[in-house]
Design a protein around this ligand. Structure first.
Ligand SMILES: N[C@H](CCC[C@H](N)C(=O)O)C(=O)O
Length: 282
């Protein structure tokens, strides 16, 4: 049997597995099955808790999208990761050094139950995103297969993000444009597509069509990317409330040389066991 916890950050939901005390080898198909909301447990992402590989970290954090693809960063997941390792007694620290494929992050469990995460610096160089562009710019024009020419910001928060500004988030073409942006040929590793409405200089509304998942209730790295892109476009202050379908995150980017700070909730839903290895569909 395989033990797991079901958790979420503002409705962006996760299967969290202690791979320190359990031997867990997951194929892409098995991850797809576990993530499936009919054949398995159901989640947006599956998170593995592993021993750290470097002396400066407490744990290693691996992230898999529902399509089975491994990715390098997940903001909502980082908050749930910290809540999990603390509440399961794997650490008594409240500031935890976590290795990810895109570098170290530092979730902090706060006394009010919120979790604050230093998400590291944004990256803008096209090659670091990766994004195909002739020059570095705050915005780019993207031609979608269905015809529209869309203005985007492109950046990395350890994972790739494209951010589109819209006037009305409720009417944003997330279902129509999201998949086209996600799979656009100029993003060789695909991309998370954010749709941002600027409500005020310190308040945005955001919906994200996530790479490897589809539209989610919330996206932590997407919130970081949207705020950073809004600041660089001269639209936002340095501390911003981000209203997502699942609730609100606080994002802060003190200056161009700083890391991005994200604060929000992390919710445990239930613990479970599943037959293992999971029978794969024949
Ligand atoms: N779909 C993302 C990974 C999860 C990001 C999101 N759940 C977050 O909270 O940051 C990607 O493929 O890069």
């Amino acid at each position: 049997m395989l033990k797991f916890s079901k958790m979420h950050g503002l409705g962006n939901d996760f299967i969290v597995i202690d791979a320190i005390h359990q031997s867990v080898e997951l194929s892409k198909q098995q991850i797809q099955m576990l993530a499936d909301r009919h054949w398995g447990i159901g989640c947006d992402q599956l998170l593995l808790v592993q021993p750290a590989e470097s002396a400066e970290a407490d744990f290693r954090y691996r992230i898999f999208n529902a399509d089975g693809g491994e990715v390098a960063q997940c903001g909502n997941g980082a908050r749930c990761f910290a809540r999990f390792v603390h509440d399961k007694g794997l650490t008594d620290k409240t500031v935890i050094a976590v290795e990810t494929a895109s570098g170290l992050i530092y979730p902090e469990l706060q006394s009010d139950g919120q979790v604050r995460v230093d998400m590291g610096p944004p990256r803008f160089e096209p090659a670091a995103i990766p994004f195909v562009a002739n020059e570095l710019s705050n915005t780019y024009m993207l031609t979608l297969p269905s015809g529209p020419h869309v203005e985007i910001s492109a950046l990395s928060m350890g994972n790739p993000h494209a951010v589109v500004r819209v006037e009305n988030i409720s009417a944003a073409p997330v279902a129509e444009w999201g998949p086209q942006i996600e799979a656009h040929e100029r993003f060789p590793e695909r991309v998370n597509a954010g749709f941002m409405q600027v409500v005020d200089h310190d308040h945005i509304r955001l919906r994200v069509y996530e790479r490897g998942v589809g539209e989610t209730q919330a996206c932590g790295t997407g919130a970081c990317a949207a705020v950073v892109s809004g600041i660089r476009r001269g639209l936002l202050a340095r501390d911003v409330q981000v209203a997502l379908p699942g609730g609100c995150l606080h994002i802060s980017w003190p200056d161009e040389a700083s890391n991005v700070m994200m604060t929000g909730p992390a919710q445990h839903v239930f613990d479970g066991e599943i037959e293992w290895p999971i029978p794969t569909q024949s």
